[in-house]
Design a protein around this ligand. Structure first.
Ligand code: MLT
Length: 251
């Protein structure tokens, strides 16, 4: 019998560990879960002006070292995926398997970088609630927003309560991330790419590019969901994660 895998669930922008509330019960039966708040999110703290994906990856590395974890399954959603890829570039031997949800391996365009700066400025001037409100329409499908006000409020509240300095620093950090398709091409680990059929922030070709780069990966498109399929369709999201966990070779 192998040890239980360690599964690190890495939230996106501008979120915290509560993004994963609907994953805990289903997944903790089969894995030891770590659901960190990326530095500055969840709890207000002093931060550098720019938090790069590499810096968050170092945070995860420290967490694994503190827990004595030799290898972990990384599951990152959106910005969490950027962090997982930065981690995989620096510490590939520590990655047992990879789940990339609603993310992309490509860098920002020049226009995208400018928008990051504008988001950071807005967060500092007006607070995270303004950013939360502007992002909400693309995070959940139109149907979920119409039929599930409870989910819509939950997502908005989670984002609105994030410290403005964390939102600004992460936004500027995302602008600095390089293209990491080559990192995925070099990895030889079990991998699943998950996305929502209605994710306009990360359209399907971005997931297809990661799927092609990651040899042997599975691509799971969760129909009717947008950028947060783990919240809109937790059963299908959890099933995709469990399928990967159950496919892991004996340690
Ligand atoms: C996220 O959900 O983490 C962000 O939308 C990612 C991004 O803005 O690139």
């Amino acid at each position: 019998m192998r040890d239980r895998p360690v599964l690190v669930l890495i939230h996106g922008f501008p979120q915290d560990h509560t993004l994963w509330n609907d994953q805990i019960l289903a997944l903790e039966r089969e894995a030891d879960l770590l659901t960190p708040d990326l530095l500055g999110f969840g709890t207000a703290t002093e931060l550098p002006t720019v938090m790069t994906m590499e810096r968050y990856a170092e945070q995860l590395h420290t967490l694994l070292a503190e827990r004595g974890v030799r290898r972990a399954v990384l599951c990152g959603l959106s910005m969490g995926g950027y962090v997982a890829m930065a981690f995989a570039e620096r510490w590939p031997a520590l990655v047992e398997a990879l789940i990339l949800s609603n993310t992309r391996a490509t860098a920002d365009t020049a226009e995208g970088k400018q928008a990051r700066k504008a988001t950071a400025d807005r967060a500092l001037a007006q607070g995270a609630s303004v950013i939360a409100r502007s992002m909400l329409p693309v995070l959940l499908s139109a149907r979920t927003r119409a039929e599930r006000p409870d989910l819509t409020e939950r997502v908005e509240r989670m984002m609105a309560r994030q410290p403005a300095n964390a939102v600004a620093a992460a936004s500027l950090g995302m602008a600095e991330r390089p293209d990491r398709l080559h990192v995925l091409r070099a990895l030889r680990v079990p991998a699943t790419i998950i996305t929502g059929s209605e994710d306009t922030l990360m359209p399907l070709p971005m997931s297809q590019a990661m799927h092609e780069a990651l040899v042997g990966s599975r691509l799971e498109v969760i129909h009717g969901t947008a950028h947060l399929p783990n919240i809109e369709a937790p059963d299908r999201f959890n099933a995709a994660v469990l399928l990967l966990l159950r496919s892991l070779p004996d340690a």
